[in-house]
Ligand binder design. Structure first.
Ligand code: NAD
Length: 256
């Protein structure tokens, strides 16, 4: 379905981003990976799916590096048809204790990077009259949780950016939508499981149950594979007129 299309997925060396990259690769898209840590393993996983893959290690908190990454993607594959703004970090602390540099980093990586990548991707998408911008927000773009001020503020911002981008391109073939996962057991959440296990003196498995029980009625983690299939839907012809939605996959979290 996505042969001859190129997808750039930020923060795709692990977790949700890698799951989405693999789902798009299975549909035939060329993939540009980004993120920290080992890139060779993820590159090999994409290649094994029969897709072409490239990697750029831009730090998404640095606008100049984002510009370099977008130029690199265009040079590799012609242009970016699908942009998945996924890179994100978390920090947990009450507002009065929140380290200022962590606030700045979360806003830069989780929100401002999506603005930069989007503004740089749009001209080519508009010229082709086809494009998909998928912003990985969170249930925390729709509701709050204590001790996550920067993350919740950034994710609410991402949903606002999604709506405006969708509206500005509504008469074109370029759509923009947001995905709002509940708990997904990635390295980002494993850190919170570890903290809970340590704080309560319980096992890792029990800490997962406590975490799910606080928020997610299904008592199940959403998987990167399931989120990948939602991204595929947004890229499909059936997604042509889906514009500006924030679609949660959250085991009932936001339904409460
Ligand atoms: P993860 O830690 O597994 O992956 C994050 C990715 O972002 C990694 O590839 C990492 O290298 C990359 N990254 C971090 N800082 C970066 C930077 N400055 N520049 C470039 N890349 C950077 O986390 P994840 O859980 O897969 O999170 C992915 C996205 O999903 C995030 O935006 C997160 O907020 C969102 N999300 C996660 C959950 C969850 O439960 N895991 C729920 C809702 C939303």
């Amino acid at each position: 379905m996505l042969a001859n299309k190129t997808a750039l997925v930020t923060g795709s060396t692990s977790g949700i981003g890698l799951g989405i990259a693999k789902a798009l690769a299975r549909q035939g898209a060329n993939i540009v990976l980004n993120g920290f840590g080992d890139a060779e393993g993820p590159k090999a996983e994409i290649t094994a799916l029969g897709a072409k893959v490239a990697y750029h290690g831009a730090d998404m908190s640095k606008p100049a590096e984002i510009e370099d990454m977008m130029a690199f993607a265009a040079a590799q594959f012609g242009q970016v048809d699908i942009l998945v703004n996924n890179a994100g970090i978390q920090h947990v602390a009450r507002v009065e204790d929140f380290p200022v540099e962590r606030w700045d980093a979360i806003i830069a990586i989780n929100l401002t990077s999506a603005f930069h990548a989007t503004r740089l991707a749009l001209p080519a998408m508009r010229a082709a009259n086809w494009g998909r911008i998928i912003n990985v927000a969170s249930v925390h773009g729709l509701v709050g949780s204590a001790e996550k001020s920067a993350y919740v503020a950034a994710k609410h911002g991402v949903i606002g950016l999604t709506k405006v981008t969708a509206l500005e391109n509504a008469t074109s073939g370029v759509t923009c939508n947001a995905i709002c996962p509940g708990w997904v057991l990635t390295p980002l959440v494993q850190k919170q499981v570890d903290a809970k296990a340590g704080a309560l003196g319980i096992s890792n498995e029990d800490a997962k149950k406590v975490l799910l029980g606080e928020k997610e009625p299904s008592m199940q983690f959403t998987t990167p594979e399931e989120l990948g299939e939602l991204a595929v839907f947004f890229c499909s012809p059936a997604g042509n007129n889906v514009r500006g939605v924030a679609w949660n996959m959250d085991g009932g979290w936001v339904a409460q």
